[in-house]
Design a protein around this ligand. Structure first.
Ligand code: ADP
Length: 643
């Protein structure tokens, strides 16, 4: 018996024509029995790195994952491909669990997804002992193979056709959950070393999309992966376009963004507070968007209903706190919009990273203003965390503010934060697409700072701008500020530009907001040399809103929206309708039938035979057999209708 090659499985089962990045090297290393630590960004294709070796090695691949809510969809997707997969977690009853365990014992599974607490139960470990000792032949250790080679597996004495006894490998997904410093810490993950101790011959692969070096070190140490080969990919997400917009009326700006670029798409809108989530979702709904709220304060049933609608229906906008996201692997999230600042660059990268897992163009859009800087700083200062932690949080926020105010390539700035080089000029961020001017703002900064000083260091940017441009408002008169030497000295500069100056002075720590004075601005030590003329200040020149609007219109005209042109095409609509119908019949999300990228390729290739359809990326043998005729039928009907 000769088993198929990794390439064949990639083609026949998954319907893909080539491995991506390091996938092939990882697959070969695993098939040969090695341990691996895989660091790859979201959407890069981590799953294949253990799924294909699990199919090639004898026995079932045991996949440990904390994402219980996801397991059903992952298993559904594998079953659609003809892979024998199941899951075990607290969401299924005892009978169903017994049934799955029976299948495992009888060698009827290729992949078993299991929650860590379940895996660590003595009864489950005993079950693994049993299947491990039932394996009819020792685990082969094969030399790494080149492309296209096959991996001959010994056929065991007395092995019945179809039996798949033993443990093929252990995959530890979301491996950063061992890290105490991360947000996703799971104490059970630390006990997973038991796998290595109990089954030293079974290869292990740990996978994560968390990029930072300390977390990597912790994974190696905590999971005893010192001997494992490390596969570290670039963390760039080239299909995500990063944009930071100056906030003036955030909701209207969001609506304009959605109308211009995502009228029919699924996406996530992040807000800081539960209240704002509820209000924003209600507002979007009123304005005709299919928007749903999601936050930890909602009852579990509504939350899970909303999540399920987001996953299973098309074009739902989820308005959420950061409670939403971990384990959302909907591939066609086309945008992530932030109406409030994330807490750190890590948070920004992770949250925006939920867009465009399918590799098609996606947008990360953030609206940001002075109010955000002030409120985020206050939140840290007022928090209960010990001073050391607060200092760290301030540093992380400052890095994020530096990113927001930066005038250089955003892909480069993001990656540099994670210690990776990027050549810049990405053509996929606002700064590269519409280069930003900087200007010598030394004199303006001196005026702005001295106005803060002369008004007593207790007023906000709005009032300070009024004083500078010489606007005699009620407030100005009430405090007699028209008598100050700074009254009207900044007439040459518009109110909008003064507000931009103040925002940048606060973001860079030259001014800070005083909590006791209700957020009034006051000078910091850094302001001194500027006031004394010893240090110059360069600031970004924010785009003029009118000009920006025109540029946006132009950009939309040469839209990079993946479905531009397709949205009105009757064939596209018919293909999507067929997909929805098939998904509904089986109670699975539409992308489990075919991804958007596969449907788009069907739309452009217009295959007329099963052979032609099989060549489309994402159409494997099982799906071809199951759905081939249905989709060819749609193509024929519409072609007929076209004539
Ligand atoms: P990750 O777990 O790294 O976020 P996934 O494993 O979910 O990523 O893969 C992301 C998407 O890319 C999936 O839709 C997957 O089917 C697809 N994919 C993975 N590898 C390939 C490949 N070699 N060719 C084409 N598509 C791929």
């Amino acid at each position: 018996m000769t088993s198929p090659s990794a390439r064949q499985i990639l083609n026949d089962v998954f319907g893909y024509s080539a491995f991506r990045g390091e996938q092939q090297a990882i697959v070969e290393h695993m098939v040969a029995g090695g341990d691996a630590l895989v660091l790859m960004p979201t959407g890069a294709g981590k799953s294949l790195c253990y799924q294909i070796p699990a199919l090639l090695r004898p026995g079932a691949g045991i996949v440990v994952s904390p994402l219980i809510a996801l397991m059903q969809d992952q298993v559904d997707a594998l079953c659609q491909l003809g892979v024998k997969a199941a899951f075990l977690n607290s969401s299924i009853n005892a009978d169903a669990a017994r049934e799955v365990q029976g299948r495992l014992l009888r060698g009827e599974l290729d992949l078993l997804y299991v929650a860590p607490e379940r895996l660590l139960m003595p009864s489950f470990l005993a079950l693994l002992d049993q299947i491990h000792s039932n394996a009819p032949f020792p685990f082969p250790t094969l030399p790494p193979e080149g492309e296209g080679h096959s991996f001959p597996l010994p056929s065991g004495e007395g092995l019945r056709e179809g039996d798949n006894l033993g443990i093929a490998l252990f995959a530890i997904d979301e491996a950063h959950c061992v890290s105490q410093w991360g947000h996703d810490f799971r104490p059970e993950y630390r006990a997973l070393t038991v796998l290595h101790e109990r089954f030293p011959a079974v290869p292990r692969i740990a996978l994560t999309a968390t990029a930072d070096t300390p977390t990597r070190g912790e994974i190696v140490e905590r999971l005893a992966l010192e001997q494992a080969r490390q596969f570290v990919s670039s963390f760039d997400r080239p299909n995500i376009r990063y944009r930071v917009t100056q906030k003036n009326n955030a909701r209207n700006q969001l609506q304009a963004f959605l109308e211009a670029e995502h009228p029919n798409d699924a996406g996530i809108v992040y807000c800081l507070s539960r209240k704002k989530v509820d209000e924003t979702a209600a507002w979007l709904k009123e304005h005709g968007w299919d928007a749903l709220p999601y936050h930890a304060g909602m009852d579990a049933a509504t939350r899970s209903k909303n999540q399920s609608r987001f996953l299973r229906e098309e074009g739902v906008v989820m308005v959420a706190t950061v409670a939403f996201g971990m384990g959302i692997d909907k591939p066609n999230v086309r945008f992530v919009a932030h109406l409030d600042l994330p807490k750190s660059m890590e948070g920004y990268y992770q949250e925006t990273g939920r867009a465009g897992r399918d590799g098609l163009p996606a947008n990360a859009w953030l609206a940001y203003g002075l109010g955000d800087v002030v409120s985020m700083r206050q939140m840290i200062d007022n928090g209960d965390a010990p001073e050391e932690r607060k200092r760290l949080e301030r540093q992380k926020l400052d890095a994020l503010l530096g990113y927001c105010e930066s005038t250089t390539c955003r892909h480069q700035t993001v990656l540099r934060y994670f210690g990776e080089e990027h050549p810049g000029n990405c053509d996929e961020c606002d700064n590269c697409l519409e280069p930003v001017d900087t200007w010598d703002a030394t004199l303006a900064a001196q005026m702005a700072l001295s106005c803060v000083y002369r008004t007593g260091q207790r007023f906000g940017a709005g009032h300070l701008s009024d004083v500078l441009i010489g606007k005699a408002t009620e407030r100005v008169e009430k405090f007699n500020h028209q008598r100050l030497s700074t009254f009207g000295i900044g007439k040459e500069i518009s109110a909008a530009q003064w507000s931009s100056v103040y925002r940048q002075l606060v973001a860079s720590g030259i001014l800070e907001s005083d909590i006791e004075a209700y957020g009034g601005l006051k000078l910091t030590e850094v302001a001194r040399p500027i006031l004394r003329g010893e240090q110059s200040v360069w600031l970004r020149r924010d785009a003029d809103p009118v000009k920006r609007k025109a540029q946006r219109a132009e950009r939309t005209a040469k839209s990079r929206e993946p479905f531009a042109g397709a949205n009105d095409d009757p064939l596209w609509l018919a293909l999507k309708a067929k997909r929805t119908e098939l998904a509904r019949e089986q109670g699975v999300p539409p992308y489990v039938i075919f991804h958007d990228s596969t449907l788009l390729e069907i739309l452009s290739q217009r295959p007329t035979t099963l052979d032609e359809l099989a060549r489309v990326s994402g159409v494997g043998q099982a799906k071809l057999a199951r759905y081939g005729e249905s989709f060819l039928g749609v193509l024929k009907d519409v072609a007929h209708f076209d004539k």
